[in-house]
Design a protein around this ligand. Sequence first.
Ligand code: LLP
Length: 418
Amino acid sequence: MRDYDSRDGVMIFGGIPVTEIAEEFGTPVYVTDEVRLRENYRNVHHAFSKHMNTEIHYACKANTSLAILKILEREGSGIDAVSVGEVMTCLKAGFTPDRILYTGTSVSNDELRAVTDLGVMVNVDSLSELERLAKIKKGIPVSFRITPGVGSGHSSKVVTGAKGSKFGIPIKDAVGAYLRARELGFEPKGIHVHIGSGGQSVEPFTEAMEVLIEITNDLKDRGIDLEFIDIGGGIGVPYRPNEPEMDVNELGRDLTEMILEETDIRTIKLEPGRYIVCDTTVLLTRCVDVKDAGVKRYVGVDAGFNTLVRPAMYDSYHHAAIGNKFGRACTSKYDIVGPICETGDCLAHDRALPDPEEGDVVVIYNAGAYGFSMSSNYNSRPLCREVLVNNGKMELIRDSERVEEQWRHQRIPERLIR
Ligand code: LLP
């Protein structure tokens, strides 16, 4: 987990005391450090590109904020998109269609039409999708998502590559899918897996790579030469203090070595989401209430699972600190809870904190991946602000919504209005 400096007991983020950011923009607010974002992108790109031609397709589901997309666009990233909405958002941020790969699941014909009309390549998830795509667009390049029978992830809810998964084409049908694609007039360009999200070891990636290499070479023998192997996303990051970091250099070395030694393919694609954005961002939330419930103590804050759903949804650990009492001795353990009317609205359980008081700025770490992008309007709470910081400068990149905006697409039937 990333460490932060402090000044006069106040945590510094992106060169700015977190209290100042909270004061300027209000809370809750997601704050992203541009310097770290660029560093993460360059790190993972370098870990692979020093060995072979590498195309990073940032998995934008992790964070689709336009300013963040724009920074990654300028860095040279491509995009992994899962919906026509993500495709359109990335086009808006300046990505050209040839830099976007669409990997959907349970994909409708309408979505296939919309994505291919925008000129984006489809990574096909099923034989049904292939046949339907053939009726929608002819002669286009495609790749296939294979279910490698290897899964990995921080929670069973995000493991995608295991046998029997709803994602991808089972190994037994893989070669047949490419032969059928050729028959239908498509140009098969690549092969893809995504084993899951937030795994911390290299082995599942190399196991999945073995499966891809075997299929690739089988296809070559049948006259189908692919141009790229896409190993998907899933590189985990440490969320807990002292948790070791996955070695991306080892991952890059091992995977590229396998491709270079065992195939004729000279381009690797990968789709990191979490690795690129997770530790770039903190969620600042203000303590509004402190409660001693006898058997338990609570710190009530103004962010709930409408703002950050991961702890409620996956039991995910997000480190928390009091930004204005940084490094101070902890007094007792508290649950950090939000304003949502459900017992499950808990951002952190049993955390030792230094004497929390109303007005304190609570910092939730590692909030950049699947933080804002999974936030919701539950309890009619408006989506919050986002701020970009860079070496002491801060800029608003998303304003908070107004409650009125939640009504804009609703209609009350005339007959109900007297
Ligand atoms: N590629 C594909 C096809 C994916 O489905 C995903 C994530 C990625 C890449 C990026 O995976 P990453 O590098 O971020 O691990 N909401 C969950 C994570 C769901 C991931 C879904 N797919 C969470 O908050 O942990």
